[in-house]
Ligand binder design. Structure first.
Ligand code: GLN
Length: 259
């Protein structure tokens, strides 16, 4: 089983590490061809405007929509949730996948409480846990988090804050969390996502990665570092101004071409 993690910007290394903990091969995805042969895809947290622009630049929007259309599960965390959403309050122009039938407010928790941690009740996780873990609250790490304001008919709520705000949902094989399970040691959400990949049949090896493999995470992280970023062909982290300039040039060229 191979699970992709969109590696344009943000907390993708932490997801690769979490997958390695479960003995699952994680693949850094930066181009449409990296999706080939993958069983599922994780969209990490970070800055959804940046992720959206870079994804558009590299032709990943249609490629990921096709991936979902092929019945492959996708999970968005935080900015990844924003990137999946059908509607964004006040950010209608922001490039995104629009696959998940939810209306989202970005940075909904105000400047004073940008980040916080709170235990969440997530009954759905009980489908993938051992008896002693049943009903254990999940540590919700919220960092400039989005809020799900409304959901479509086909969307199921997986978790709410105490005040009723929706912070985790599922629509068929699409999963979205406003918080960051990859920044905790709790792997239940990753196991839950993996259970979607195998139709609730958990792979044999969901125990912590074998010591003998000597830190598989490092291997994945180093592998992902060795893939050049496509917009500038360099190993450097993204430069959003450069990506913006390329998009503008492209838009102008297309415009001139069509007149
Ligand atoms: N505020 C970010 C956005 O809207 C998300 C933050 C995060 O992923 N932690 O893109």
């Amino acid at each position: 089983m191979r699970v992709g993690v969109l590696a344009l910007q943000g907390a993708f290394r932490e997801h690769l590490r979490a997958l390695a903990d479960l003995g699952i091969e994680g693949i850094a995805v930066r181009l449409p061809q990296h999706l080939q042969g993958l069983d599922g895809l994780i969209l990490p947290g970070g800055e959804s405007t940046t992720i959206g622009k870079l994804a558009m630049l590299y032709g990943l929007l249609p490629a990921i929509r096709d991936f979902a259309g092929d019945g492959k599960p996708i999970w968005g965390t935080c900015a990844g949730l924003v990137f999946l959403a059908r509607e964004l309050v006040g950010y209608d122009d922001q490039p995104r996948l629009g696959l998940l039938d939810i209306r989202v407010r970005r940075n909904a928790f105000g400047s004073q409480v940008d980040s916080f941690e709170t235990p969440l009740s997530v009954p759905a996780l009980d489908r993938v846990v051992q008896r002693e873990e049943l009903s254990r609250p999940f540590p919700g790490v919220f960092i400039r988090a989005p809020l799900i304001e409304t959901i479509g008919n086909s969307v199921e709520v997986l978790a709410r804050l105490e005040n009723g705000s929706i912070v985790a949902v599922q629509q068929g094989l699409l999963l979205a969390t406003a918080f960051h399970p990859e920044l905790t040691d709790d792997r239940r959400f990753h196991r839950y996502f993996v259970s979607l990949l195998v139709g609730n049949r958990l792979p044999a090896r969901l125990a912590p990665a074998d010591e003998a493999l000597s830190d598989p995470t490092r291997h994945h992280i180093e592998a992902s570092r060795n893939i050049p970023y496509p917009h500038n062909g360099s190993m450097a982290e993204f430069d959003i101004r450069e990506a913006d300039a390329t998009l503008k040039t492209r838009a102008n060229t297309n415009h001139q071409g069509s007149v």
